[in-house]
Design a binder for this molecule. Structure first.
Ligand code: ARG
Length: 579
């Protein structure tokens, strides 16, 4: 249920009835301390300032018009003119009971589903996926899952880098290796090594470098032999990425790949159109657009090169074509890009230019959801001991083997196979949660010990909390789905837990509006902690617990388990029944 929206509507209506113009919103926030109630409306202060009247008196007038008695047990004016709202116990119980059998944990399908085109993961295929691709892949996937759960139409776009000058060098190298009767799969089993060898030849052997350059041109003009070599390379590289996606439990499939090469045919048209509109001009043989909108402090416009002097196109040209396609063919309402913060200027240029040239509608939402870098313990970008890039597959495998060692220490009654399965769920979950729980825009330090800890805001803590709830049902000898309450809230710990459960939908709204999965991570941690406190204070299975109380508490537990599981699923993190 949309708790915040419900309160906002009530207060907003009362504000207008008290004579405050409608443009002043109620600004509902969670109260920071229990003494201030559950929610606080802060909007009256701003309104009073503009109306030049006393805020407390204005708040009093709003209270007189406020019809909230069935929801709140108490409302009061606080501080300079805030309104504190205390939700009523019976209203909380009633709402929980209304949703108890809801498989969507009380989250409604959007009434206005949007078409959301989401660009994420998008690795370059010349090399293997490394840790630098982790963030885009998992943050994008979490937001995609949440959008879909809310009922929006999501079109995933894996904008893989499969085009450009490096591929001339790579296919020229592949050609010589295949001539030696080697098999492409073997030669390309380690893309890093392959890339390094090709680069070395390119730098040292003039003949090879010429062939490589020649192949770039041939490739772009559709030469069959070059295309075939290129296709072999791409297929193998894509299957490397798929292996990573599978390990990582992300929802990307082959159908979601729309790589750079898919836009090849559109590129000249983009340049022509920009020229015709007088936006692109020749500058030292190249085609350049100068954007005054993004001028620097001295007033110099921001240059966007869209065609090189030799005729080649650029990363920006392809992104303009992709955006045009997303607007005109996919008919996106929202375009979300999950790309490293270092590409912020590039994205701004593409967005500004696409609107200016009319490639997309003026009101289309263009969103670059940037993120910071994953750092090593030395505070520098995460590298191997020898300073190389860390392959994503290797990082994930290490996490699973570390999780396995931890689980072996804890569990004595599990088979080797069970331990392995749990280690995979915990190891992958730990890496993902550690990343997703950080505010996306900040850099963060990668740390094995903290992410694999069973205490604190981590995947293992939440996965363990889930098994704890499940074990209550095992002890009680009932299936989770058989427990239907009714819920009657009495103890304070029950109340805190109940309120958290009803805030799930509000949390998801924050996740998808701002593309902020960390809000969901924090929420799930608080929910699991609220459950632990409830469980300590409120016995469920003790023999002297009244049957109705037992049913009520089991129903609260049922709902907690469902929300933890659903929440983790939306983060792309699995749960296990035992741990
Ligand atoms: N392939 C690019 C890279 O690895 C990321 C592409 C992101 N998407 C886009 N539409 N530019 O840096």
């Amino acid at each position: 249920m949309k708790l915040k929206q419900l309160l906002a509507e009530k207060i907003h209506t009362a504000m207008q009835a008290a004579g405050i113009p409608a443009e002043h919103g109620p600004h509902i926030a969670l109260s920071k301390q229990a003494q201030f109630g559950d929610y606080q409306a802060n909007g009256i202060l701003g309104a009073a300032k503009q109306l030049k009247t006393n805020p407390r008196a204005l708040a009093q007038q709003v209270l007189e018009k406020l019809d909230i008695s069935e929801i709140a047990s108490k409302v009061e004016i606080a501080g300079p003119g805030f309104i504190n709202i205390f939700l009523s116990q019976s209203w909380l119980s009633e709402n929980l009971n209304a949703y108890i059998q809801d498989s969507r944990c009380g989250v409604e399908q959007s009434q206005k589903p949007l078409t959301c085109v989401v660009d994420y993961s998008s690795p370059n295929l010349a090399k293997e996926m490394h840790v630098g691709h982790l963030r885009s892949t998992i943050i994008g996937d979490a937001v995609v899952r949440a959008l879909e759960f809310q009922g929006h139409k999501v079109i995933r776009q894996n904008h893989m880098g499969d085009w450009g000058t490096q591929f001339g060098m790579l296919i020229a190298h592949l050609e010589t290796i295949l001539a030696d009767n080697s098999v492409a799969e073997v030669a390309l089993s380690d893309l890093e090594t392959f890339y390094r060898e090709a680069k070395k030849r390119f730098d040292e052997d003039e003949n090879f470098a010429n062939t490589a350059r020649d192949y770039v041109v041939k490739l772009q003009s559709g030469d069959a032999k070059c295309l075939e070599l290129w296709q072999q390379f791409i297929d193998i590289s894509v299957s490397h990425s798929e292996e990573v996606y599978k390990k990582l439990n992300v929802t990307l499939t082959r159908e979601d790949i729309r790589p750079e090469s898919a836009y090849n045919e559109m590129l000249q048209g983009i340049v022509d159109e920009l020229q015709q509109q007088g936006l692109a001009v020749e500058d030292q043989g190249a085609q350049v657009v100068f954007l005054q909108e993004l001028a620097d402090k001295e007033g110099n416009p921001s240059p966007v090169i869209i065609q090189k002097s030799g005729g080649g196109f650029l990363y920006a040209t392809t992104d303009l074509a992709a955006l045009k396609y997303r607007g005109q063919v996919l008919k996106a309402d929202r375009n979300l890009y999950f790309i490293d913060a270092r590409q912020s200027l590039h994205m701004q240029q593409v967005f500004t230019l696409a609107k200016k040239a009319g490639f997309v509608d003026q009101d289309m939402s263009l969103e670059h959801h940037a993120f910071g870098t994953m750092m090593g313990s030395d505070g520098k970008p995460f590298k191997t001991r020898s300073g190389g890039t860390v392959k994503l597959v290797e990082l994930l495998d290490e996490s699973v083997s570390r999780a396995k060692a931890l689980i072996a220490q804890r569990a004595t009654d599990m088979s080797e196979k069970e331990q392995q399965q749990i280690a995979e769920v915990v190891g992958i979950g730990a890496v993902k949660f550690a990343d997703l729980s950080k505010h996306r825009t900040s850099d963060y330090i990668f740390n094995w010990d903290s992410m694999l800890s069973f205490d604190g805001a981590t995947a293992p803590y939440l996965q363990y909390a889930y098994t704890r709830v499940k074990s209550i049902f095992a002890k009680a000898g009932v299936e989770l789905e058989q427990v239907n309450g009714p819920i009657a809230i009495e103890a304070e710990q029950e109340r805190i837990l109940a309120l958290k459960l009803l805030q799930f939908e509000d949390t998801l709204e924050l996740v998808t509006a701002e593309a902020h999965p960390h809000v969901l991570c924090q929420y799930l941690f608080e929910l699991a902690s609220a459950f632990m406190s409830f469980y300590e204070a409120c016995p469920i299975l003790k023999s002297d617990v009244e049957p109705q109380t037992k049913q009520s508490r089991l129903a609260l537990s049922r709902w907690t388990a469902s929300v933890i599981k659903q929440g983790l699923t939306l983060l792309g993190i699995e749960t296990t029944e035992k741990m």
